[in-house]
Design a binder for this molecule. Structure first.
Ligand code: RP5
Length: 171
């Protein structure tokens, strides 16, 4: 089995449904990845261990998924120089704003990127782009993926049949 290029770490098994919004696109692109559970607050030594070992294990990008006071992406970023993409999980008393700001407002010097609430799909696509920077085959697959997404939008114009649709040459 090929070694995983992307590592996805989540703070709790309750985050699995959010992770599963992103992993299908990695399967579609044929990128090897692995999934881990470790909590920045409940198992901090496991988070640090996973982050510190990741590069030597061949991982090129990390995705950290967490809700509430989401320390996980920042703690991972502090323990590695790999790129870290945080996914704030919607929920809790303030519906994920706490997680979003915890990830987005990292102190200078320890970068963690953030996607939107429950944005695991974009996190996976961003991680794929990071891996593709040194992988021409994967770059071609991402180009084909983008072309397919564009075509879906163009095809959707058929739904304008009851409205005064702009002609094709207007685009
Ligand atoms: C965070 O707290 C986890 O990432 C999860 O989103 C949230 C709630 O965790 P559980 O109480 O469901 O384990 O650490």
């Amino acid at each position: 089995m090929a070694s995983p290029k992307i590592g996805i770490i989540m703070g709790s098994a309750s985050d699995i449904p959010v992770v599963e919004k992103g992993t299908p696109v990695l399967d579609e692109l044929g990128i090897e990845y692995e999934v881990a559970i470790a909590s920045a607050h409940r198992t901090p030594e496991d988070v640090e261990g996973y982050a510190k070992k990741a590069r030597a294990r061949g991982i090129q990008a990390l995705i950290a998924v967490a809700g509430l006071s989401a320390a996980l992406p920042g703690v991972v970023a502090a323990a590695t120089t790999l790129p870290v993409i945080g996914v704030p999980v919607k929920g809790g008393a303030i519906d994920g704003m706490d997680a979003l700001l915890s990830i987005a407002q990292m102190p200078p010097g320890v970068p963690a990127a953030s996607v939107g609430l429950n944005g695991a799909k974009n996190a996976c696509l961003m991680a794929a782009r990071i891996v593709a920077a040194a992988d021409c085959e994967l770059t071609k697959k991402l180009e084909a993926y983008a072309a397919k997404e564009s075509q879906k939008v163009r095809d959707s114009r058929k739904k304008l049949e009851n409205l005064p649709a702009a002609p094709d040459e207007a685009y």
